[in-house]
Design a protein around this ligand. Sequence first.
Ligand code: UD1
Length: 435
Amino acid sequence: MDMLVVQGGRPLSGAVSVDGSKNATLPIMAATLLTDGPVRLRGVPALADVDTMARLLRSLGADVIRSGSQMVIDPRPASGIVAEYDLVRRMRAGVCVLGPLLARCGTAQVSLPGGCNIGHRPIDLHLRGLAALGADIRICSGYVVAEAGTLTGARIDLTGPQGSSVTATCNVMSAAVAARGETVILGAAQEPEVVCLGRFLNDCGAKIGGLGSPIVTVDGVERLATADVDIGPDRIEAATLAVSAALTRSRIRIDNAPVSQMDAVLSRLADMGVDCFAGDDGLTVDARHGRLRPVNLVTSPYPGIPTDTQAQFTALLTTVPGTSVVTDRVFPERFMHVSELIRMGARIRRAGNSAVIEGVPHLSGAPLMASDLRASAALLLAAVSAEGDSQIRRIYHLDRGYVRLEEKLNRLGATIQRCQDIPARSVSENTRSGE
Ligand code: UD1
């Protein structure tokens, strides 16, 4: 198992580019099951989660061939209907095959994803939406067993206690494409990755309207053809890199940052006094003047501040003088990184779904344990900015969602080494998903 050894305290400079979006890639890979021919995906990031989804599709019988950042998925040989626990437990996005499988085969058995390091994560909205389309759903031996003779369009409200659900919207929208008649999804997720999926399905012949709004309409079609798809840059990776510049009080350029999807993140950085300029050559983030202000920050579904950037912002605010409050409304328990940041000298107090942060002059390096994907990124950024050395273990979480983040940071001037750790029993057994 790999670990990262970080010599902290060096400023960053230069330019970096962002890989393809993980959360756009995964539901599109799942939705290829709805098409009737090979789908070519370009700009696919080299991530552990993408490999897991490829394994899942292969386990269903699809051909998946990857060459560099291109992937060709041919769903025609796929006849399987079971998404096994061993794959879904590694990555919750495995549940995205539920809607496409149901639409394709009239039946699906998908493992319930189980517990998760970022809090309780039910899939009741997915099931409610598919049931409204006419599926008969039951839970049997840890699996969702869904059956539907014919799916029929319906009016479905997918608003959950924390707002919309990204992958529930993906699942219901995908199944509705093959339903008879019109489906109206109220409380649909507006995330750019949902829009990306909807556009791909439309390119294949689906009739989806209202993408990017809370009301999505789907007119069912007989069959879907195939289409190529370009995966855009990852807005969460871009935000993570922007925070790295702020945390190290540096100036960097992020060449292909999807700036139009980053309003909330950039305006929060601006509130803190970080200069962000978007131009033809990308996004420049400049915090060299070093005088940052504390802020209160609340995560919410898009277009709000993404929960997937909460840990990184929390790390950043630990060294901003004054009191900041970070509240996660999407995943109220997602604060596993806090105790590790405290071990680096941060002053943070938990209060319900908030972290109250008193800025300290600097963090100190420490041995650290990553708990989930974005927490790993937050700890890595904190370690890069800290005085002294850190060792970060369990970085398989990081590799699920970032393409060699340490190499990108090294190209910007950080000193991070990836090396082999001696696997401890408790470490190797913890492979639960974190996002
Ligand atoms: C997706 C993203 C993940 C991100 C999250 C929130 C992918 C592959 N993953 O995850 O990176 O952190 O959106 O932006 O795109 N909920 C319910 N019932 C449900 C489903 C969700 O109550 O059936 C709740 C969740 O517990 C959470 C909130 O709704 O509080 C939002 O979760 P959701 O958008 O579903 O997250 P994912 O789609 O799993």
